[in-house]
Write a protein that binds this ligand. Structure first.
Ligand SMILES: Cc1cc2nc3c(=O)[nH]c(=O)nc-3n(C[C@H](O)[C@H](O)[C@H](O)COP(=O)(O)O)c2cc1C
Length: 206
């Protein structure tokens, strides 16, 4: 069982990576082999809208790192996407990654049947996480992945995905910030549940 995480953060190893790592670590306890891919480590050109993928499951751009990532996506049983919220949206890195996967879905749905999940983090408590999460999950649904929720079937507590924040609260009219999303206990718990749910769904499917 292989689960990969794709981090769309422009800051390697920071809050989005912390959430993704927490999901992967929990999945590891359930027997998954895991890998975290930081998109900042890869050179990914923009989709040129050449539309050649409409006729053939292949991208006309073959001289960048998307070929490496594509191979890992195709091999994985589970795919987690993570993005910080940038203006109530995903990052440009994440969006560019999504566009370049078009050949894997447009003429043949090559990622269909895998298990997908999404995590987001914003500075503010209501900083646009819902919208970013929806964008990530919508991409997974478009690719015919089954979305794992952060829940187990024996519990009434369910999150559609992981929503992290750096806002601990307010004091004297000022925002009080967490130093890291690791202090956001709800998000960290949701990460664990998500790792567990992904593994259970993968095992159930196979
Ligand atoms: C360009 C930009 C736009 C941002 N937009 C939002 C926003 O709309 N809402 C919000 O609460 N935080 C926003 N943030 C804050 C980030 O979501 C937050 O710092 C997040 O932790 C970054 O994740 P990282 O630690 O993985 O880089 C923005 C940050 C940047 C750089």
């Amino acid at each position: 069982m292989k689960i990969i995480a794709i981090n769309g953060s422009h800051r390697k190893g920071k809050n989005t990576a912390v959430l993704l790592r927490a999901v992967l670590d929990e999945a590891g306890l359930y027997g998954a082999s895991t890998e975290l891919l930081e998109l900042t480590d890869f050179s990914i050109k923009y989709c040129t809208s050449c539309n050649k993928c409409l006729g053939k499951s292949q991208c006309s751009i073959a001289d960048d790192d998307m070929t490496i990532i594509a191979e890992k996506l195709l091999e994985a049983d589970g795919i987690i996407l993570g993005s910080p919220v940038y203006f109530s949206n995903v990052t440009a890195l994440m969006k560019n990654f999504m566009d370049r996967t078009r050949w894997m879905y447009i003429s043949k749905s090559l990622l269909a049947g895998k298990i997908g999940a999404a995590v987001t983090i914003a500075g503010l408590r209501n900083g646009g996480q819902d919208v970013a999460l929806h964008i990530l999950q919508n991409f997974l649904v478009a690719n015919n992945l089954q979305i794992a929720k952060a829940r187990d079937n024996d519990s009434p507590i369910s999150f559609p995905g992981v929503i992290g924040t750096l806002q601990a609260g307010f004091k004297d009219g000022q925002i009080v910030w967490y130093k890291s999303v690791e202090e956001d206990e709800i998000a960290m718990q949701a990460c664990k549940k998500l790792g567990e749910s992904m593994c259970k769904l993968i095992n159930y499917r196979t």
